[in-house]
Each structure stands twice: as structure tokens, then as C-alpha cells.
Design a protein around this ligand. Sequence first.
Ligand code: HEM
Length: 508
Amino acid sequence: MNISALIPTVYPGNLPGFLQVAFFLSLLLLVFKAAQLYLHRQWLLKALQEFPSPPSHWFYGHKIHRDQELQDLLTRVKKFPRACPRWFWGSRAHFVTYDPDYMKLILGRSDPKSHDTYRLLAPWIGYGLLLLNGQTWFQHRRMLTPAFHYDILKPYVRIMADSVCVMLDKWEQMISQNSTLEIFQPISLMTLDTIMKCAFSYRGNVQLGGKVQPYIQAIMDMNNLLFSRLRNAFHQNDIIYSLTYDGHWTNRACQIAHEHTDQVIKCRRAQLQDEGELEKIKRKRRLDFLDILLFAKMENGSSLSDKDLRAEVDTFMFEGHDTTASGVSWTLHALATHPEHQQRCREEVQGLLGDGTPISWDLLDQMPYTTMCIKEALRLYPPVPAVSRMLNTPVTFPDGRSLPKGVTVQLSFYGLHHNPKVWPNPEVFDPSRFAPERTQHSHSFLPFSGGPRNCIGKQFAMSELKVSVALTLLRFELLPDPTRIPVLMPRIVLKSMNGIYLHLRKLP
Ligand code: HEM
């Protein structure tokens, strides 16, 4: 039978036989794909029917300008109680929640990370702790938890302080020429320096060499590229994406990031060989994060492949510096724009360190007001604005509404922290919200997420935040630059579209 007889209007009948078959099969595939997308859309519409959302287009979903995402979210938070679906395109929608009870329920379950979002991170950070699920995640988490024990963290305070001082010395030199500085970049270098020294026993000083600048830039690029890819229906397929300009760019950025982490692993392996046998090293000194990974492999050859090791190093290198850089930068910005709180923190820190006492682990617990200000900054500017899960069983929320298995749930920490039902006057910087006598819902403040998949580096990050803020306030008065107000940019990590500029005044 001649196939062209079946589709006479669209089919060019004079093609050779094999092209006719190819044409027919492509058409069939197209129809099949369209039917699949249509059915998935119908399923999503039904799954989300109990949750109203603003009107969306059947093809391109909710049309939100990429610079307006947070403003749009805040409008939804006010208008739709607890949660609201967000349609990206006809067949993709996420259920976005910003309610503490909903968050508590979801974070207490064991749903996996949502595949459609997190898989895009895999070419870069691999399947390390952040992306793993199930039993393998559990084993890795158990293996790595000792690296964050407070006995290990205590001596890190000295390393953190040294890294911060290198940055502040540079700032001092720079402000002799121009007292306004973009702080996100140097703070990223500082937090990268710190994580490389603490977790990977790296001995160089990355803040002075300039060699890591390409890595920092690659991370910045990846944040933007991933965000764009998530919002582009045509960029979901890996093969198609790899042929696009953005796909090439992503590959290049991944390559740069991997070159950096490979170098760190190589250095450490060489160091370990110099230091001798595993048992000798274990007796000699504490094991850092990378030791644990390398020894886990040595003790049980099959337990941690080179690929797994690389994934963990890539994960911790990124998670351990970019999030903290965001936290420190936004906290300094918040203090610059609220001089009265800045001064109160400074007085507290001067009381502890003003006579030249070096900062130490024990002193970090004696800065209650500074800690309240840091928390308030993390509320207003959560470094990780959202995370997502894919429901592996149906869920019924406390208000009786439910969702079936298979829905992607986005937990918007930014939405939660700016939800006026949870935080009255949410846009006001008010550290007294975190005063010890004030009570809050257990899930109203989640910069480090919650439940079993909370941030493993929370304590590390809080220590680094306190050290950075305390030492900066001892040396500088911070003022905002009214000509360059930062514009929030929600990527994997919360950044500013136009950098974060502060005016620094050296204190006598
Ligand atoms: C202010 C700084 C930080 C913030 C706000 C932050 C926030 C978070 C959040 C919200 C998650 C949950 C992610 C998800 O569910 O997809 C997370 C997970 C994680 N964080 Fe952090 N983080 C910070 C610093 C750090 C540091 C310093 C490290 C490492 C030294 C780290 C390592 C990790 C890892 C490995 C995970 C995955 C944990 C797991 O799934 O078991 N983070 N972090």
C-alpha cells in the first residue's frame, strides 16, 4: 500500500520509499507525543483542581517576566492562601506552597527530589548528597555526618576568621581609592577559600591568587543557565539542549567547575600518599570531609567510586560556598540599610572582641543580637529561595485538600518568609522576631530547609556567617549605595541582578 494515500494533503508523494516510511513514523511520533502531552495536561488540571491560580495560557502557562518572578510570587502569596499552582507551559506545572503546615507535612515525608528540576544539576554536581535519593542518599548522609560534628567545626572558626581577614585587608586597600565596593564577588572568593581549607585541607590561598575566578564565574553562569532552562519547554531534552548556544555554554561551565574540583582531589590524594598509611593518618589527626570520602573508598573499594567521590566534592564545593556567600552578602546589605541594628551588633561584638581577643567557637554563642540580625536577614533573603519534591504517594493537607502521587511540589522559602499570615509586616527588617521569648511555628523559618533532608552544613554556615559579620563590623561602618539598590534575582541561590554595592567607612 502506498502510504501517501493515507495522508494525501501533507505528504509529498514523489519521495523514495524509505523517506516515506521515515516521514510516516515521524508523524506518528509527533501525534503520539502530542497525545501524551495532552493527557498529561488533563491529568495535571485534575490533580490541581482544588487549588486556584491566576489564569494561564494552555500553551505557555503563566507568562511571568523573568525579572518579576518574586513580585509575582508575593502577589500569589497574598491572594491564594497556603499554595498556588504555577504553570510553566501546557504540560508542566509545579504546586508552589508557602505555608508552614503544608511545609511541615511535605518535609516530614520521604518524597524524592523532583526529577524534572534537580536532574538539570546532575551534569555539574553529579549524584552527590544533594541529588541522591533513597538508600544511597541515606548511606552517604550517614557517612558524611561526622564531618560536621561540632568537635570538627570548632577549629574551623580560626580558618574562617583568617579568610575573612584576608578579604577585609583587601577591602581596606581598595577603599583608599573608592569607598564603594561590590561585595558579592569578594565574599564568594572568601567563602570558597574557607570551604576549600576546612573541608578539603587545601593549603593555598584562593583569595590572593586569582586562579579560582573562572570557577566563581562558572557557578554564576550555571545559576543563570539552569534558571533559563527550567523555563524553556524546548530546552528540556538533553540532546536538543546540547545543540543550543546555552547548552554549549553549560558544558563549558561544567568543564571549568570540574577542572577546579579535579585539581583539589588530585592535590589531596598526593598529600595523603606523603602522609603514609590510612591507619597512621587516622591516629594522627582529625579527618576532614575529603579524608572521609577517600577513606570510605579505601576501606571498601566498591563503596565510593571515583564518580561518586567527584560528585560529593562538586556538591560540597558549590553548596559550601555559594549559599554562604549569599547569606553573608545579604546580611551585610541588611545591616547597611539598618544602621541602628548595625550599631547594636557592633557594640555587642566590640564587647567580646574589642580588646583584641581572637574570635573562637565559644564566643559565637555570646552574640545573641548579632545572631538575631543574621536570622532576620536569612528570613528576608533566604539564600536557597525554594526546593522541590516529587510526591511518591498521595498527600492530604490539614485543611482537607489533597494532591495525588506524581505532582511536583515546590516549597518556596522566599514565599514562606514573606507570607504576611506567618510574619506580620514581612518586608520590615525586625530582628526582635527572633528574640528568645517570641514563639513561632516550627516551620515558619526554613532557610536551611527541614526534616531529614535539611542542610547538613547548617552549623558550619551559621558559624561562618557570625565570624564574617562580627569581624566586618569591627573594622568598617557599612552604608548603602543609594544609586545602586540591589535587585533580587532568584536562582538556585538568591543573588542580585546588579551586584550588591556598599559604601565602606573604616572605623578608627
Ligand atoms: C547560608 C548557607 C546555607 C544555606 C541557606 C543552605 C541551605 C540549604 C537548603 C535549603 C538545603 C535543602 C536543599 C534541598 O532540599 O534541595 C540544603 C541542603 C544541603 N546543604 Fe546547605 N545551605 C547552606 C550552607 C551549606 C554549607 C556550608 C554546606 C557544606 C559545607 C552545605 C551543604 C549542603 C548539602 C550537602 C545539602 C544536601 C543535604 C541532603 O540532602 O542530605 N550547605 N542546604
